[in-house]
Design a protein around this ligand. Sequence first.
Ligand code: S3P
Length: 414
Amino acid sequence: MSNSTKINNKINSFNKTITVSGDKSLSIRWVLFSSMANGKSKAYNLLLSEDVLAAINAVKKLGINVKLNKKYCSIFGKGPHGYKYKKDIIINAENSGTLGRLIMGILIDTPYKIKIIGDKSLSKRDFNRIAEPLNKFGAKIKLTKKGLPLTIEGNKNLKPIRYLEQKGSAQCKSSIIFAGLKTEGKTHIKAKISRNHTELLCKHLNLPIKVKKTQNYDLIEVSKAKKIKTLNYKIPSDISSAAFFIVLTSLSDNSKLLIKNVNINPSRIGIITILKKMGVSIKFKKKQKYKGEIVADILVNSSKKLKAINCPSKLNSGAIDEFLIIFLVAAKANGTSYFKNIGELNQKESPRLKWGSKILNKIGIKTITTDNSIKIFGKPNLKINKKIIIKDYLKDHRVFMTSVIAALVFGGSW
Ligand code: S3P
């Protein structure tokens, strides 16, 4: 991302068939699972973003051979206990919370002390939410002010735990699942519902996991994995990347968009449910199963009339990465939209709830924001005629992309 971007052309319509890049959550998980598999795994359409490259560098540091070319990536795993590395290595998770947090669970049995570091934004984020359950297994994790740098020292005699995960954090749940896969005995997690890619991959790989669904929580039981099968995977496209184009189309006149082969895992499509309730026309085409996930083409049309929403909190976890872009739809909707219990947004790459209201205010939309909620007073005829400067995106690509879409649909000089 360049330090300075200028946008000066509102678009009139958007009519296209597109493919967006591979799913980030699945790409990082593929790298991690493959690094522990017994043999060679291959992935097509792996997202080659900084976060995924950081994951590749991390497993290389742990002694795993990775070959990457333009078409695919191969990882030569050495089994669940096959990492080989020297004392005092440092793993750099860069900007990736998913990598930093998931790899902690995998390193729960490390014989040597490992340091995990990250960039400025990641270092400030909460790693205590992971250290706390992992220390209960018997690991020794030391944090810097609840964040990074941290050191992790494993334990040969890990004890399985029972854990109640109440934040709805898939990173927290997944880290504990990885630790459970390394621990003799049965680990039990009662986890508030969140994206379930880790569980689906475990099932696809026939790993010892059981999941029982209740209304608000998943009851997960994991046991030690003796071997992990290799994983050949064609990563489907990321709904979180598709989200920006979905909103661009729905807010532009005379527009129609088809996005091919997107992962529409039910735990990820909160944005679709929310936008449909607001009056956006979205359809899934060619729906099919892929290795436990569900993929489909997504068809979107311009929306004539958008309604405000009082967003039910049960949709929050499935839309957690998409709220900023959903706020733009609320900006153009008729009436006042209300999103509540979304304090977790301020725990992301940047305080996104604060940034969301800042962008809306800059484009002339009134908001009432608390630490946990936002009310957005929509203007159906919103048009921007002035210069908008957003100085610091805090390296958060979702804040950046939301501003780009705002510029393209509402105009102004950004
Ligand atoms: C992710 C989980 C979510 C999400 C992040 C990716 C994952 O974070 O915001 O972008 O791949 O598990 P939390 O677990 O903190 O909610």
